[in-house]
Design a protein around this ligand. Structure first.
Ligand code: C5P
Length: 240
């Protein structure tokens, strides 16, 4: 089964791009950030102190988190809709509270341990596109295709602002720049499963690429790899 693992910091475009790539390939799709966000919102709602590792891990283990696909008839699993118990928390997952608490929860090794099998369950035939921070290093270390996607800090903050606006959420660019920097710093420097480029990943910089071009680049790379042609594609891929 083919796994396409796409890791990188927030705002690099990996969520949108990964979803589109999954649709084009007819693969299942895992937005692992949604798993962390759902677990974090569950903890916040239950009044759990996110600095208390034991209590957080126990709460996450007992949580009833369910993921529903965008199109139930497709036979494909994905993370489009998220239920916590009987509540649909999909819209709330996009808030900065969810993002910030997810990144604080994500530093806890025993929480990551609890969330590992939930993420691996998404791997089913014919294949999976998974996006996150440790898809290629920890969750699917034997993934056939690994991509580390980045973009400049300025453009990432701008994209995040647009995304929040689309969800009807108000935010300021300056505070987003700061929040993103804090989150990146926490994600990249945590002890357990930090965000880092897998040794066998290719690096894609999307700063000057739109979604269409980025999707085309990834699809091209996937198809070349699957056909056994290891030629490094042209474009914004800086290591191959
Ligand atoms: O990708 P997204 O912004 O939704 O992720 C929210 C937070 O969840 C990240 O900042 C990160 O701390 C955590 N996360 C993680 N490992 C993943 C996916 C997300 O630690 N694979």
């Amino acid at each position: 089964m083919t796994v396409v693992a796409i890791d990188g910091p927030s705002g690099a475009g990996k969520g949108t791009i990964a979803r589109r790539v999954a649709t084009e390939l007819g693969y299942h799709f895992l937005d692992s950030g949604a798993v962390y966000r759902a677990a974090a919102l569950g903890c916040v709602e239950a009044g759990i102190d996110l600095a208390d590792e034991k209590a957080s891990a126990a709460a996450v283990k007992a949580m009833d988190i369910r993921f529903l696909p965008q199109d139930a008839d497709s036979g494909l699993v994905d993370t489009s809709r998220v239920l916590l118990g009987t509540h649909d928390i999909t819209a709330r997952l996009r808030s900065e509270v969810a993002a910030d608490s997810a990144s604080r929860l994500a530093v806890l090794p025993s929480v990551r341990e609890v969330l590992l099998p939930i993420q691996r369950e998404f791997l089913k035939p014919p294949g999976l596109v998974a996006d996150g921070r440790d898809m290629g290093t920890v969750v699917f270390p034997t993934a056939r295709i690994k991509i580390f996607m980045t973009a400049s800090a300025g453009i990432r903050a701008k994209r995040r602002l647009e995304q929040l606006k689309d969800h009807g959420i108000d935010a300021k660019l300056e505070s987003l720049v700061q929040e993103i920097a804090e989150r990146d710093n926490r994600d990249a420097n945590r002890k357990h499963a930090p965000m880092k480029e897998a040794e066998d990943a290719i690096h894609i910089d999307t700063t000057s690429l739109d979604i269409e071009a980025s999707v085309a680049l990834v699809i091209d790379h996937v198809r070349q790899t699957l056909s056994g042609n290891k030629k490094c594609p042209d474009g914004e891929i800086t290591s191959c």
